[in-house]
Design a protein around this ligand. Structure first.
Ligand SMILES: Cc1cc2nc3c(=O)[nH]c(=O)nc-3n(C[C@H](O)[C@H](O)[C@H](O)COP(=O)(O)O)c2cc1C
Length: 214
């Protein structure tokens, strides 16, 4: 499980903890990779830059350690806040540096073949925001088609968790961001209860999928 958030008291971290507990209850052993807590540097560097003429290039020790963790995993679950209809920079940099040429792609038999991926994406947009539908498509095109399937994953699911903010936001006709009053009390409990249920449903559905024979 890869978590990309700078605060351990965030809704993202809370969602990751609950998802990990559900996976553990289903018999999975969790390798928790908290990118911020582990101090992962998302910046590409010379050692980890792919050499298109050498798919056996020895990347940095740090990158190799991450590659081993991915190889050991049957499923990869990424939990992150949606930033600009994409993943946060720290998660993008982890993919850039670690899901590298010769390892994740560039071989007739990709080393990640057969693994399954769940992207739990927390988004501030409200469920009735017209952007929600296109955000789902953008994330699927980017994360599932552009990354996971490209790297040989047999399944990739984007679980988009809208309404991740306690203050509803929308853009008015002039382009101003209108931030509503924070919900409180019973209403807030209900909002978070609903949020947790939606997150759990994504994990349950993911668990219910049949493993794919490779
Ligand atoms: C830099 C940045 C970009 C964001 N971009 C989007 C976006 O494109 N769509 C969206 O719905 N929310 C966007 N948000 C809102 C976050 O998704 C939201 O704050 C987060 O999911 C809340 O979870 P957290 O409390 O765990 O951070 C953005 C927030 C930040 C800080």
């Amino acid at each position: 499980m890869v978590v990309a958030h700078h605060r351990s008291d965030s809704l993202t971290a809370h969602t990751a903890r609950r998802a990990a507990a559900r996976l553990e209850a289903a018999g999975y052993r969790i390798d928790l990779l908290d990118l911020h807590a582990e101090g992962f540097d998302p910046r590409m560097n010379v050692e980890d830059q792919p050499d298109w003429g050498d798919r056996e290039k020895a990347y940095s020790d740090e990158t190799h350690a991450h590659m081993r963790r991915i190889l050991d995993a049957e499923v990869v679950v990424a939990v992150f806040p949606v930033y600009w209809q994409s993943v946060p920079a720290v998660l993008k940099g982890w993919i850039d540096r670690v899901w590298n040429y010769g390892f994740a792609y560039g071989r007739s038999k990709p080393r990640l073949a057969g693994k399954r991926m769940l992207w739990l994406a927390l988004a501030g947009a409200t469920a009735d925001d017209p952007v929600a539908e296109s955000m789902q498509s953008v994330l699927e095109a980017n994360l599932s088609d552009g990354i996971a399937y490209y790297c040989g994953f047999s399944r990739s699911t984007v679980g988009l968790l809208l309404d991740a903010e306690e203050r509803p936001q929308r853009i008015d006709a002039e382009g101003n961001l209108l931030v509503g009053a924070p919900v409180a009390g019973a209403e807030r409990e209900a909002q978070y209860g609903d949020f947790d249920r939606r997150a759990r449903k994504f994990v349950e559905e993911f668990l219910a999928e049949e493993p794919v024979a490779v």
